[in-house]
Design a protein around this ligand. Structure first.
Ligand SMILES: Nc1ncnc2c1ncn2[C@@H]1O[C@H](COP(=O)(O)OP(=O)(O)OP(=O)(O)O)[C@@H](O)[C@H]1O
Length: 604
């Protein structure tokens, strides 16, 4: 987020006015809620019928009594007729008021039910996408897709499609009735409505552009906010608050300016709209009064005409707005489907090859592995090594050498660009992803703890993790006293991202989490953070228990782990430069000896 104009242009998807393939696809989400969808339609239909009936009652209530009273000395017959009309009108009002409740309730419910399904589908899909996808997408933009974009779609179903369709029906029916009342009056009215249609539709284009810009600026604002909140420690320690605040203000200002454009448009639009409506009403008044004087129209007919006219004007007035809702919903639908259409590249094969059942330490082989995250930037350049069953291979090397990448590939977060990784002789791309990963125990430097209880974080809903295995794991990971010290023990609440634990504690808990499922292969990225010597000893003992008898790939930073490893790989710039045991490598007096001297002589 640096320059003022670096908005994500994938946010600015332009769409057609009406995209039937998109609509068909959206309609698939309506299908399970069809009864609700049609109920909304039925309610709207009833309301419309009620409104029409209302105008007819007004006409009858005026013309009937006037006719009855004409030339009569006794006024009582016209009075009783008036009571009848007004009574009927009151009943109608009660009926439509109740319907109005159902109108909002069913329409909103329909929209929300559809949105619920769609949101759940999108979230499930995003979770299954591979890391390559997330590398390319800012989290903020994904959050916007799951929240705002899908909310827009809900509006499409509630105030968009159903209402628009209904408005069309309304216009046709009302126009037809207007012609039955008085053709001349109806013709004059119809002649003046194009002004209103023109104003309504001209607003459409400007509003759409302004609206799209508001959304893009909002996505940028969200992205920046998310980034800052995630990196709040860095912000604070580097005293970046002022600068970050300024950048946020900049993004906020852009958002404000974009919003101002829409405000300006609306400010202009509404008076223009009223002007067009007054013209129509004025024309109707002029022609109507003349028709009454010419005895071509009764007072009651004129009032009914007037009421119907307002019923006609409303949908036309809202035409532009409805059109915009549809447009913005289509744009949102496109963005949402973009995500849904992204297929995960790292998937299980259709016919996975069988691997040994859980309970045996696997044999891992990296065979001339090449890898790049982005085109033309090789990160691994022909890496070959093996982890025999039950053995520990430690990887050391300068930062950026490609150590974590080895882990990413073994876990199949990404697939190799060329070469192979074999698990018990089978290419990892040929075996079932889930059953393979379920045999792995992973401990990361800054392992992720979710909000919830300590127990939830350790069990992670894995089958086979029992109270008993949890206790053993905690003990082996030297984390038992840590948990016992906590208020509530295993049921203590973990703050979001486990931010209340120290790095050492988090690593011990992560080890317990890995141990609890008794993994066959351990992948350990040792924490580099300096810890006090008591914790250091705990971590050493926990590491020893974690690795004992298991195949293991360790990105090693601790001398104890490195010394005990069966083989050490020294990596530099994506290649293995040296390999051997601790003693062998020291004797070589090469890169490892230098690294060792630099890192450990003081500590050893
Ligand atoms: N998701 C990614 N997209 C693009 N490049 C990446 C990605 N992850 C890592 N890299 C690049 O790949 C190279 C190797 O990174 P890797 O994380 O494997 O190094 P490392 O040896 O584990 O370093 P460290 O000890 O600092 O963790 C680095 O140059 C890094 O910039």
């Amino acid at each position: 987020m640096s320059s003022a104009d670096d908005i994500d242009h994938s946010e600015l998807v332009a769409t057609k006015a009406w995209d039937s393939s998109l609509f068909k696809r959206l309609f698939r989400y309506v299908r399970p809620h069809k009864p609700l969808f049609f109920a909304s339609f039925a309610v709207l239909l009833l309301l419309f019928a009620g409104e029409l009936l209302g105008t007819r009652i007004w006409r009858g209530a005026i013309d009937g009594p006037i006719k009855d009273a004409a030339g009569q000395a006794d006024k009582s017959p016209y009075l009783s007729e008036l009571y009848l009309w007004v009574g009927g009108y009151l009943a109608l009002i009660v009926f439509t008021t109740v319907l109005r409740y159902f109108e909002t309730a069913t329409l909103t419910k329909t929209g929300q039910a559809i949105v619920h399904d769609l949101r759940s589908a999108v979230f499930r899909h995003i979770q299954r996408l591979d890391l390559g996808f997330f590398d390319k997408r800012p989290t903020g933009s994904l959050v916007t897709r799951v929240t705002t974009d899908i909310e827009n779609l809900s509006e499409m179903f509630t105030s968009g499609v159903i209402v628009l369709l209904f408005d069309l029906i309304k216009v046709v029916v009302v126009l037809a009735i207007l012609f039955t009342i008085n053709v001349k009056l109806a013709l004059i009215t119809v002649a003046t409505t194009p002004i209103l249609i023109a104003v309504s539709l001209s607003f459409r284009g400007g509003a759409r552009r302004a609206h799209r810009e508001v959304r893009a600026r909002l996505a940028k604002l969200n992205g920046y906010l998310q980034e800052v909140l995630n990196g709040i420690r860095v912000v604070q320690v580097f005293r970046r608050e002022e600068r970050v605040g300024q950048r946020f203000d900049e993004a906020l200002r852009e958002y404000f300016i974009a919003n101002k454009k829409t405000i300006f448009l609306f400010a202009l639009f509404f008076p223009a709209m009223s002007f067009a409506v007054y013209i129509i009403q004025g024309a109707a008044l002029w022609a109507g009064v003349r028709a009454i004087v010419d005895v071509n129209l009764t007072y009651g007919e004129f009032v009914q005409f007037w009421l119907l006219l307002n019923m006609l004007v409303r949908p036309i007035r809202e035409l532009g707005e409805r059109y915009n809702i549809l447009q913005s919903a289509f744009a949102s639908a496109e963005r949402v489907f973009q995500v849904l259409d992204t297929k995960p590249e790292v998937v299980s094969p259709a016919r996975p090859r069988a691997i040994a059942a859980a309970g045996t330490s696997p044999h891992v082989v990296f065979e001339d592995v090449h890898f790049r995250y982005v085109k033309d930037t090789p990160v691994l350049k022909g890496v070959s090594f093996e982890i025999p069953p039950g053995k520990t291979v430690a990887v050391v090397g300068a930062t950026g050498a490609g150590k974590s990448t080895l882990v990413n590939l073994l876990l199949r977060y990404y697939d190799v660009s060329s070469g192979r990784i074999l698990l018990d002789g089978e290419d990892v791309r040929e075996v079932d992803l889930e059953s393979m990963r379920s045999r792995f125990g992973l401990v990361l430097q800054e392992d992720f703890l979710f909000a919830g209880t300590v127990r939830d974080n350790l069990v992670m809903e894995r089958e086979g993790v029992t109270e008993g295995s949890l206790e053993t794991a905690l003990e082996a990971a030297q984390a038992l006293d840590l948990v016992e010290r906590m208020d509530g023990g295993l049921d203590a609440e973990v703050a979001e991202r486990g931010s209340t634990f120290s790095t050492g504690e988090r690593q011990l808990l992560a080890m317990a989490r890995a141990l609890a499922a008794n993994p066959d292969l351990v992948i350990l990225d040792e924490a580099t953070a300096a810890v006090d010597s008591a914790t250091e000893h705990k971590i050493e003992r926990a590491t020893a228990r974690l690795l004992a008898g298991r195949s293991a790939l360790v990105i090693a930073h601790r001398l104890s782990t490195i010394r005990d490893a069966d083989e050490i790989l020294v990596m530099a710039r994506g290649e293995i430069r040296e390999r051997g045991t601790h003693a062998e490598l020291l004797a070589q007096d090469g890169l490892y000896a230098k690294l060792h001297a630099l890192q450990f002589t003081g500590a050893a």
